[in-house]
Design a protein around this ligand. Structure first.
Ligand code: HAM
Length: 409
């Protein structure tokens, strides 16, 4: 809606400026892609793939999906465009619509928008810190505070399988006490047991072993490096050993930006992590990557409660007092616009008082009026909408007088 646009403009332009300052270049992938890309990339057993995709066959019988997220498509595009041959890492950012068929509620929509970044082609933990910092600075640059950064490591293919078994061993004697959803997760993806909000699962969850305590040495070292560099960059973070994220491609660092004013399950304003196994999962050469996506709709929703941004008002409201002068008022408006002013023309046959009232309602600072007398004398009336005073000036002097009135208004 128009009243929201100043917020969208601001968050988008901040995203573009900040990304450029970090050397990230914009990329946009297609709105829909082959379903297979998301099934393989995001993971068959995830909520996104199993319940939330808008999937449909095209006329050729191919299965297409409205993109539910950006990371798998960007890794595909990275290889399709040969970016692996350029200096690494490739630093990319994106702003656009995404689609998930979740039950809509406050802060959760079928069509939503993300600002995201992906840094592909390097495994350095310092790159994790760069990405986390970029996201953190975006929130502060747009003026949203009250944010909490949560951090965890979920290991890699070396240490995770053994941990997964350990977690199953812990839960196995208690399967009957678990909710139905958690029982399903026990089979498909036991790490997601930590995402359960069901009251009956909470006691068991509290005692469950955490993956951060079972990392292999390289994963543990990487995680220590991330924490050290974040502290040095003075980014406050909270370790959350239960943070596992709902997409299958993550390895090692995972993080979320949460906000206290977003209740319940929808408290993440954004999240991300490392996905060193994703490229191989999609059939490409194994290539590490790290990124985040930030929910712009949720961010704008909160920003509106915290900060007031004005819609832009016209500088000048141009109106003819009577019908015959109307074509000429378009001409005058054109001249004013050429000098860079925002000019709204009133083409209506309404009464003068009504037109002036509409000018005030739209927030115009100056009105320019022509009546039959002015038209005959080659003059125009310039009205200062704040002081409600007006002067009649020769048309040739209009620009100067309007500029002066705007300066004083
Ligand atoms: P995600 O956590 O699924 O991660 O989504 C990121 C953010 O998008 C969420 O924190 C939330 O703010 C917003 N979001 C998600 N679903 C909805 C919805 N239905 N309505 C409104 N906002 C929503 C990803 O998408 C990963 N691709 C992030 C990433 C990039 N990981 C590595 N690189």
């Amino acid at each position: 809606m128009p009243a929201d646009q100043p917020y969208w403009d601001m968050v988008e332009s901040t995203a573009k400026e900040l990304s450029a300052r970090y050397g990230y270049r914009r990329i946009e992938t297609p709105i829909f892609e082959a379903t297979e890309l998301f099934v393989r990339g995001v993971g068959e057993a995830t909520d996104i793939v199993s319940k939330e995709m808008f999937t449909f066959p095209d006329r050729g019988g191919r299965s297409l999906t409205l993109r539910p997220e950006g990371t798998a498509p960007i890794v595909r595009a990275y290889f399709d465009a040969g970016m692996q041959l350029e200096p690494q890492p490739a630093r990319l950012f994106y702003i656009g619509p995404y689609f998930r068929a979740e039950r809509p509620q406050r802060g959760r929509y079928h069509e939503f928008h993300q600002f995201g970044v992906e840094a592909i082609g390097d495994a350095s933990p310092l790159l994790d810190v760069e990405v986390i910092l970029l996201g953190w600075q975006w929130f502060s640059a747009i003026g949203l505070d009250g944010l909490q950064l949560q951090l965890n490591s979920i290991g890699d293919e070396v240490c995770r399988p053994a941990y997964r078994e350990r977690l199953r061993e812990y839960y196995r004697p208690h399967l009957q006490e678990l909710s139905a959803e958690s029982r399903a997760r026990f089979e498909r993806n036991p790490l997601r047991l930590f995402d359960s909000k069901e009251p009956q699962d909470q006691a068991l969850k509290r005692q469950a072993p955490h993956i951060v305590d079972h990392l292999c040495a390289p994963c543990a070292d990487a995680f220590a490096e991330v924490q050290g560099a974040l502290s040095e960059a003075q980014v406050p973070f909270t370790l959350n050993p239960e943070l596992v994220r709902g997409l299958d491609y993550y390895t090692r660092t995972v993080f979320e930006y949460q906000h206290r004013d977003l209740g319940g399950a929808q408290n993440a304003l954004g999240g991300g992590g490392r996905y060193d196994g994703l490229a191989a999962e999609l059939g490409y050469k194994a290539t590490p990557g790290i990124g985040f996506a930030l929910g712009m709709d949720r961010t704008v929703m909160l920003l509106k409660e915290h900060r007031e941004l004005q819609v832009t008002h016209p500088d000048v409201y141009a109106l003819a007092v009577e019908g015959e002068a109307t074509p000429h008022i378009f001409h005058i408006a054109g001249q004013l616009r050429q000098s860079g002013l925002k000019v709204v023309v009133d083409p209506t046959g309404l009464r003068l008082e009504t037109k002036l009232r509409n000018a005030a309602k739209q927030g115009a600072r100056v009105s320019v009026l022509i009546g039959p007398d002015e038209r005959q004398r080659g003059e125009v009336v310039v009205r200062d909408m704040r002081s409600k005073t007006q002067v009649s000036v020769p048309e040739g002097e209009l620009l100067g007088i309007v500029a002066r009135t705007l300066d004083s208004a």
